[in-house]
Design a binder for this molecule. Structure first.
Ligand SMILES: Nc1ncnc2c1ncn2[C@@H]1O[C@H](COP(=O)(O)OP(=O)(O)OP(=O)(O)O)[C@@H](O)[C@H]1O
Ligand SMILES: [Mg+2]
Length: 413
């Protein structure tokens, strides 16, 4: 128990949530072994500190520690970065060069965003994990290295396996010991602890009194879904510290910094499940098609209901629900001036060609997949103030793919 507090202090980890303590505990237990560890958790949950905890508690602690962000290295050079290359092995290879696996001999390599590795690199990685052997690009000489591998991913690797983008055998090899970092929204009072820590840190950094939250604001903090987790909480605390001249922050002020706060009518957990489902580009398209299909089915049901109602002015309860699902922003589909007397939550039929045309237009609109994709990308970028990393995560695509799409669609920011 005392150890745990020491580790938290030493590595600047804030929080007492059970799931977090368990993750630290597993990291420390597994540290002295040479087992591979896979750290999973949503973006911004604090995965990056764990490989350092493991390395510094291992017998390799005096050896090298190299962190590699697999998502940030272009596909064409990743093999050479990891395993090195020989002079002349490709255009521009004017010298031979050691790769990280050679340099980190006797130490630890942290492969961040491991699910981004190309399949051909995954084969090389599996080999070095199983036998300690690797070959530089452009060489035929087998070399040996002794490296402990810790990997992290903020996407669901099993979904990547299902889509043929990640080797199952490599997954099992990496995932010998899984460490799961809980999402911020699960951590209850820790959210407030983290806020206070960040508020004090920024107060020091900017030489001003720390911001404080009133009870209402604290409740908002606990109820929000925190899609960007600790990173988002930290950013928002910094923004408020700088922008607001008032040091006592109330619920309304806090809400204005939380993207989508008003939009979240459903419990946060349900929203996250949806987000997670976007674990690949293809899945986004599937999801769009699936949503369109269920919208179509809903519309069919609605039309059927309309025909059945035969002039009766009231929708069935099921249809009212359907309308709400189809038009979450009811104003868009049903202009207010057409139903002035309708009490909230109780729709009346809207007859006449105009409304039917409206519906057709909506269906037409969503038929343009590219358009929809563009719109989603724009929305995600807007939501995260142009931060591509977070937008990419929200969309369930890699940063690289996002860059490509931004270019392809000429999306301006
Ligand atoms: N428990 C914590 N205590 C203090 N600071 C934390 C904690 N967890 C995360 N942070 C801070 O939050 C930020 C995000 O953490 P980190 O970079 O480790 O996220 P991540 O899980 O690697 O996210 P991604 O998957 O997007 O790379 C960092 O500034 C980190 O210092
Ligand atoms: Mg990270």
């Amino acid at each position: 128990m005392k150890d745990l507090q020491n580790i938290k202090q030493r590595f600047g980890i804030i929080g007492n949530f059970d799931g977090l303590n368990r993750a630290i505990d597993i990291a420390v237990q597994v540290a002295p072994t040479d087992l591979s560890v896979l750290i999973s958790g949503e973006s911004g949950t604090g995965k990056e500190i764990f490989p350092q905890v493991i390395h510094s508690h291992s017998t390799r602690k005096h050896g090298p520690y190299i962190a590699v962000n697999c998502g940030a290295i272009p596909e064409g050079t990743i093999d050479s970065e990891l395993f090195g290359h020989e002079k002349g092995s490709f255009t521009g290879a004017t010298d031979s060069r050691k790769g990280y696996f050679e340099v980190a001999d006797g130490g630890t390599i942290f492969l961040d965003e491991v699910a981004e590795l190309p399949l051909s690199t995954q084969v090389r990685l599996l080999r070095v994990l199983e036998t300690g052997e690797f070959i530089r690009v452009g060489s035929s000489k087998v070399q040996k290295t002794n490296v402990r591998v810790i990997a992290a991913s903020n996407v669901d690797v099993s979904a990547a396996i299902d889509h043929g983008r990640f080797r199952e055998d490599l997954y099992y090899r990496l995932n010998t010991v899984p460490v799961r970092i809980p999402a911020l929204r699960e951590r209850g009072e820790d959210i407030y602890l983290l806020f206070r820590k960040f508020a004090v840190d920024f107060a020091e950094k900017y030489r001003m009194p720390a911001i404080r939250l009133d009870q209402g604001a604290r409740n908002i903090l606990l109820g929000y879904s925190w899609p960007g987790n600790v990173r988002q909480l930290k950013n928002i605390t910094e923004q408020i510290s700088i922008i607001e001249s008032e040091r006592d922050i109330d619920a309304a002020m806090l809400k204005s910094y939380l993207p989508d706060y008003e939009g979240i009518k459903l419990p946060a957990v349900i929203k996250r499940d949806d987000d997670k489902a976007f674990s690949s580009e293809r899945e986004i398209l599937y999801k769009i098609l699936f949503d369109m299909k269920s919208d179509m089915n809903d519309l069919k049901k609605l039309v059927f209901d309309l025909m059945q109602s035969d002039g009766n002015e009231r929708f069935s309860e099921a249809s009212t629900r359907t309308i709400r699902n189809l038009f979450p922003d009811a104003k868009a589909g049903f202009p207010e001036n057409k139903k002035p007397e309708t009490p909230p939550g109780d729709f009346t039929i809207l007859k006449g060609r105009e409304d039917i045309m409206d519906t057709e237009e909506i269906v037409e609109e969503s038929l343009s997949l590219a358009g929809k994709e563009m719109e989603m990308i724009r929305k995600a970028l807007e939501k995260y103030n142009g931060k591509r990393k977070m937008a990419a995560h929200e969309l369930g695509i890699s940063e690289r793919t996002l860059y490509r799409k931004i270019k392809e669609y000429g999306i301006e920011m």
